[in-house]
Design a binder for this molecule. Sequence first.
Ligand code: ADP
Ligand code: XUL
Length: 534
Amino acid sequence: MMAAAQDGPLYLGFDFSTQQLKVVAVDGNLSVVHQDNVQFDSELPEFRTQGGVHIHADKLTVTSPVLMWVKALDLLLDKMKKAGFDFSRVIGLSGSGQQHGSVYWRRGASETLKQLDPNRDLHHLLRDSFSVADAPVWMDSSTGHQCQDLQAAVGGPRRLAEITGSRAYERFTGNQIAKVRHTQPESYQHTERISLVSSFAASLFLGDYAAIDFSDGSGMNLLDIRSRTWSEVCLDAVAPQLDRLLGAPLPSTSVLGGVSSYWVRRFGFSERCRVVAFTGDNPASLAGMRLQDGDIAVSLGTSDTVFLWIQEPRPALEGHVFCNPVDWRAYMALLCFKNGSLTRERIRNRSAGGSWERFSATLRETPLGNGGNIGFFFDTMEITPPAVGVHLFDSGDKQVSSLSPQVEVRALVEGQFLSRRLHAERLGYSIIPGTRVLATGGASSNKEILQVLSDVFNAPVYTIDLSNSACLGSAYRALHGLAAESGLSFFDAVKKASNPQLAATPHPTAQEVYAPMLKRYALLEERVLQEPRL
Ligand code: ADP
Ligand code: XUL
């Protein structure tokens, strides 16, 4: 058993997320045998990011340096090598990226990718390969005009949602591409390929441009999610001949090819090692949690997201429908909340002395329902709902200017989860007996936060061993991608993985407290949305 584990095949999953690059390796039994990460802010300080991004002076434009991601990969692989990781055992790799971000490859970059010198770091080799140095990322909300133009060209928000699964959203890649084309025409002219963060990362391993997969491609406002081809009307509205810059999209389970000779010669990868299409971090998390129809996933990372497995797409004006990453016939619905972990960190620093322990103790010591106090904490322009600012209310629905530190901590966490539940229900999702809430992301390691989640949703909360389900899901997808060619389903391919563990069950009074509070929250949200934006 031991001997087999020490020389059997391995699968790697990478996650190019907002604040860090992570990797896990699993063996054929789906046990995690290695994990590592590179934090952008602290380990690559030369790029001067905060939370992995640059927020520009207009506060709306948000970008990350592409070369930072490349350098992070150099660093991560070096760390693995130093740790004695045996790359020759890896027979499949895949990965995920923060969704919606776009990478612009300069003319000639494909030739560079094909002839990478194994004696040098990638970030030296690719220094001149990007026509836009600062990649727009999902936190950007600067493309309001482009969104209006796209919706007008297609026949309105509802029509756009019908085709692409979402009305126009500022962070969606088509609108970002339209902005780059207008604001940086020269750079756009010099671009030979546009990748998502996921397909950009896959390209580094492949030594060639990697296809965009159907699932992450659904976050662009460009893909027809039913025919799984680019929508001509959407492409035409964004830029002429955009299909040439994007390449044809492929199923998320596709094997794209082998790793390039750079990886074989520099790190000792096997020539047999295959690259399976990379996808978005949320789709990859769905795979990592082995989410099933009826479950609800709540991801608590830089962004908070809520997602579900759905059979039939019924796109609405709120939320998104993506092609499913593990079953090409199915779909997933997703809601994204921009003010997630970074807002929790701000309130932790302000009201809990900068310590998660004190933050958690406060949640333990304060009552369910928080004495009727409710808070909305939209530090930056929220996506769901589109509102900004901090709005606090007492038990009589009177707006107040501050709360005590203890009440503030609970108001933040309860408010966040009331919002997640309210908007999930509006999407048509209802909690019935037997519903499992599967939690993941950095904050899912916090038991007290999970208890509030369980109480507000009045449902049991489960976690998987690894809080980074996107990374794990990428390793699972690598394994499945290799097996999928013989027709094996994703769930059959990963059936040996350990089951999610129960982390919290709702307090007996949870329903009594939160059912009326949810109604109040919905009414107060209406009020917040009507307030003028300063
Ligand atoms: P991403 O993948 O978006 O980069 P992660 O899912 O790794 O982010 O989550 C990172 C976040 O996890 C950090 O910003 C931090 O706020 C949060 N986090 C880490 N530990 C805890 C904890 N004990 N309690 C609450 N939040 C935590
Ligand atoms: C999803 C979204 C974020 C990013 C970053 O639509 O914008 O969740 O994928 O994690």
